[in-house]
Design a protein around this ligand. Structure first.
Ligand SMILES: Cc1ncc(COP(=O)(O)O)c(C=O)c1O
Length: 369
């Protein structure tokens, strides 16, 4: 027997658990991790190279610990795209929105505290809760994957969680959450504790509707988290950020590691912000492709959940894993998120989406015979 995890004195709540792990398989068409399929435009690659070269000259020094220039740029982007005025004091950045969420749970969750999410939703909320010693509560959704507001408010009143997660558009279902729902859950959370409400807007740029950033006005316990991994096409950069009352930004400083955001990351993200207009044009193309996937999957005879994101949930399958495998056998990797009866496909380039649609048409024919 070889020495393994179970032989180490790891924390009890980590024993027997599996790490987050979307398969990274080498297949021709990979539509499983909600990445943007378009490589960064060459002009931006050039600008990144310039900015990183400049940053490299100072790598003997620690980076700007407060990432002030970057946070100001992100605040400008949020203000310009939402019409809701924000400045550097409202914005905090970290290595991916996963790290933002981790810092929020380290600050507002932790041992003896709990967080709630309405599932199925982004599995990392629960996993990061576990990693930070925060208890996890799985709240309900309707059959159609919208949030059941009275049931969610009852769960908040009963469990009095310290952190409430609302993902809009939701992953893996693509479902947008209306402002009234977030307001109702915020009221319920304030009456119960009060607790922090974190609105995860990782995919908001792909939505038919507007960002919920204006709800921050007068609600100091509300946080909106964002990422450059999806709309900005920069998943490899690892840059996430949040917008909130300045007191929230001050609070997360208590747990952030010093100099957590490297000078190279800051330089690259600043270059990407200079090319926002070009990157958002790709978002428009992806929205068109997302809507095409919805229409064509329905035409094939699948059930499709309404999507406001860059991915689409489709079903229903007696055995979704078997269908996942049949699609993979045809060279296309989609995602089995473990939602019984459903699979999720990320909107890729038109050619990738055609390959996916050809594959599912074949699978459908085979399953009908
Ligand atoms: C809802 C949601 N939030 C956050 C993230 C994490 O993104 P990041 O790459 O910024 O860590 C993802 C990634 O898939 C996501 O689906």
């Amino acid at each position: 027997m070889t020495f393994g995890i179970d032989d180490l004195p790891v924390r009890d709540e980590l024993r027997g658990k599996s790490p987050y792990g979307a398969p990274q398989l080498d297949v021709p068409v990979r539509l499983n991790t909600n990445e943007n399929p378009y490589p960064l435009p060459e002009a931006l690659v050039e600008r990144i190279t310039e900015r990183v070269r400049e940053a490299a000259r100072d790598l003997n020094r620690y980076p700007d610990r407060d990432a002030v220039e970057l946070r100001a740029g992100l605040a400008r982007y949020l203000t310009d795209t939402s019409g809701h005025p924000l400045d550097v004091s409202n914005v905090w950045a970290a290595n991916g929105s996963n790290e933002v969420i981790q810092q929020l749970l380290q600050t507002f969750g932790g041992p003896g505290r709990t967080a709630i999410g309405f599932e199925p939703s982004y599995s990392m909320h629960g996993l990061i809760a576990r990693g930070t010693g925060t208890g996890w509560i799985s709240g309900p959704r309707h059959e159609d994957f919208t949030i059941d507001v009275p049931a969610a408010a009852r769960a908040i009143a009963e469990h009095r969680p310290d952190v409430v997660f609302v993902t809009t558009p939701n992953n893996p279902t693509g479902t947008a959450v209306p402002a009234e729902t977030v307001l109702a859950l915020y009221e319920a959370a304030q009456a119960a504790k009060p607790s922090m409400v974190v609105v995860d807007e990782a995919y908001i740029e792909f939505s038919h509707g507007a960002s919920l950033l204006p709800l921050l006005d007068g609600r100091p316990n509300l946080v909106v988290s964002r990422t450059m991994s999806k709309a900005f096409g920069a998943a490899g950069l690892r840059l996430g950020y949040l917008a909130a009352h300045p007191a929230v930004v001050d609070a997360v400083q208590l747990v952030r590691l010093p100099y957590h955001l490297s000078a190279v990351t800051q330089a690259t993200a600043l270059a990407a912000l200079e090319h926002t207009d070009t990157l958002l044009k790709y978002v428009e193309q992806l929205k068109t492709e997302r809507d095409r996937l919805v229409a064509e999957l329905r035409a094939v005879g699948y059930e499709v959940t309404e999507s406001d994101a860059n991915f689409v949930q489709f079903g229903r399958f007696a055995d979704s894993h078997e269908t996942w495998r049949k699609i993979l056998d045809r060279g296309v990797l989609v995602r089995d998120n473990g939602v019984p009866g459903w699979l999720r496909v990320t909107a890729g380039t038109p050619e990738e989406n055609d390959a996916f649609l050809d594959a599912v048409r074949e699978v459908k024919k085979e399953q009908n015979t």
